[in-house]
Design a protein around this ligand. Structure first.
Ligand SMILES: Nc1ncnc2c1ncn2[C@@H]1O[C@H](COP(=O)(O)OP(=O)(O)OP(=O)(O)O)[C@@H](O)[C@H]1O
Ligand SMILES: [Mg+2]
Length: 229
């Protein structure tokens, strides 16, 4: 497959079934560096499955996914995990922070796993916590902070490795609208300032409004939605 010029990640004709359930039925996707693409669609339409395939977490049954000129299915498991650790950042609906670690340690974790010394990793973590306006929480554990604060810590953790791609699945799904909008603002500002591409799964139009482009997934198929503004 030849991806469109300038694209960082492109998927063609993705198919994925779980037993009799067809989750993806010919889905297409493409994203450029620095672009924020919202993936919308009803519950069960295949949004999370698409995101997991694009991120190399779940293998599709068929179809092609090209990341930076390389076919994901042609990589070994070790190469794919190195890619996820080194070039991808993830934010999920419920933060999924490690409860035993402080917020600073949580944000520093991806750097520590790649071999960065503790002091250096925690300095970088603190810089990101400052950008997300939660540096005062650094010493607390996730159980001691609010949902909105925890999501900001999760966003800091996703960005601390300067990923080229950020995958976010309903990152504000558990937040009230004020907190949700602030987290989206911080996430998209930070991603744009580092030229990261963001795949943002959401079913909320006000969250999708932070994207450059929207696609809609229905019954495992995706299509571009023209923004009406
Ligand atoms: N691990 C799994 N095992 C079996 N079926 C699955 C699995 N993951 C997803 N499915 C099914 O595949 C379809 C697509 O699921 P998916 O999670 O991608 O939907 P979604 O659009 O993310 O929904 P939601 O908005 O509720 O999160 C659904 O019918 C779902 O039940
Ligand atoms: Mg989902």
């Amino acid at each position: 497959m030849t991806p469109p010029p300038g694209s960082l990640l492109t998927a063609r004709d993705l198919r994925k079934a779980y037993g009799p359930t067809v989750a993806l039925d010919g889905a297409e996707f493409s994203i450029h560096p620095g672009e924020v693409v919202a993936v919308m669609g009803p519950s069960g339409s295949g949004k999370s499955t698409l995101l997991h395939c694009l991120a190399g977490i779940v293998p599709p049954d068929s179809g092609s996914i090209m990341y930076d000129g390389r076919e994901l299915s042609g990589m070994s498991d070790a190469e794919r995990s190195a890619l996820r650790r080194g070039e991808f950042g993830f934010v999920f609906q419920f933060g999924q922070l490690v409860p035993e670690l402080t917020c600073v340690e949580n944000v520093a974790l991806p750097l520590r796993l790649s071999g960065t010394p503790r002091k250096k990793a925690e300095r970088a973590a603190l810089t990101w916590l400052e950008r997300l306006e939660v540096d005062d929480l650094g010493g607390k554990r996730p159980g001691e902070v609010s949902g909105g604060q925890g999501q900001r810590v999760a966003v800091a953790r996703a960005l601390v490795t300067a990923p080229r791609m950020v995958f976010a699945d309903e990152p504000t799904g558990a937040l009230d609208s004020l907190n949700g909008e602030r987290v989206m603002e911080l996430l998209t500002d930070a991603a744009r300032s580092t030229n990261a591409a963001v795949v943002l799964v959401t079913h909320e139009a006000r969250v999708a409004a932070y994207s450059d482009r929207e696609i809609v997934v229905r019954d495992g198929r995706s299509r571009d939605m023209e923004r009406a503004v």
